[in-house]
Design a protein around this ligand. Structure first.
Ligand SMILES: CC(C)(COP(=O)(O)OP(=O)(O)OC[C@H]1O[C@@H](n2cnc3c(N)ncnc32)[C@H](O)[C@@H]1OP(=O)(O)O)[C@@H](O)C(=O)NCCC(=O)NCCS
Length: 141
């Protein structure tokens, strides 16, 4: 079993590594400076660290009372399939306990979130800032 530390603050986090993981999966194109702002402005953050290496990340935007959205959940390629994604999700859900929690994911991960107890929404709407891209990827009709 892999050893890791769970960090729930942005203090002392190496955002070069955070950007690297998110850019690798195409979840974000931001550089480390902007990524730091994105996470610092989030209600809840999670970083999994194995020594100095960040091996998993995730964040939630929320009012902390009733509504929350999970974003940017990712585990370094080498460490997937070991339960770390679930650790990140569970930690974020715990930090926004009591809230209705929504997320959108890539179509290829739909089954995964159902496996983790999320229900598919029937009335969700979005305005994407790059609509064509998201249409092509299968996020919207
Ligand atoms: C999605 C991601 C975070 C999952 O992390 P992970 O550490 O591999 O996930 P875990 O090992 O905790 O959990 C995998 C579990 O889901 C199951 N699973 C995986 N894919 C599945 C699918 N498509 N349908 C149903 N179940 C699935 C596995 O069998 C496993 O089940 P178990 O917990 O009962 O053993 C990781 O693959 C990743 O970073 N992907 C790229 C980034 C990304 O697309 N993130 C999602 C953006 S919202």
């Amino acid at each position: 079993m892999i050893k890791y530390e769970i960090i729930t603050s942005c203090k002392d986090v190496d955002f070069n590594q955070v950007s690297e993981i998110l850019n690798y999966y195409g979840l974000s194109e931001f550089d480390s400076k902007i990524q730091k702002k994105v996470f610092a402005n989030s209600y809840a953050v999670v970083f999994l660290k194995n020594g100095e290496q960040i091996i998993g990340v995730g964040r939630a935007i929320s009012d902390g009372i009733c509504q929350a959205q999970l974003c940017n959940v990712a585990v370094r390629d080498k460490y997937t399939g070991m339960g770390l994604g679930k650790v990140i999700i569970d930690n974020l859900l715990n930090q926004v306990k009591g809230c209705t929690v929504v997320l959108y994911t890539h179509p290829k991960h739909k089954g995964l979130y159902e496996h983790w107890g999320f229900s598919k929404m029937k009335t969700a709407y979005a305005i994407y800032n790059d609509e064509e891209h998201y249409r092509k990827e299968g996020f919207i009709d």
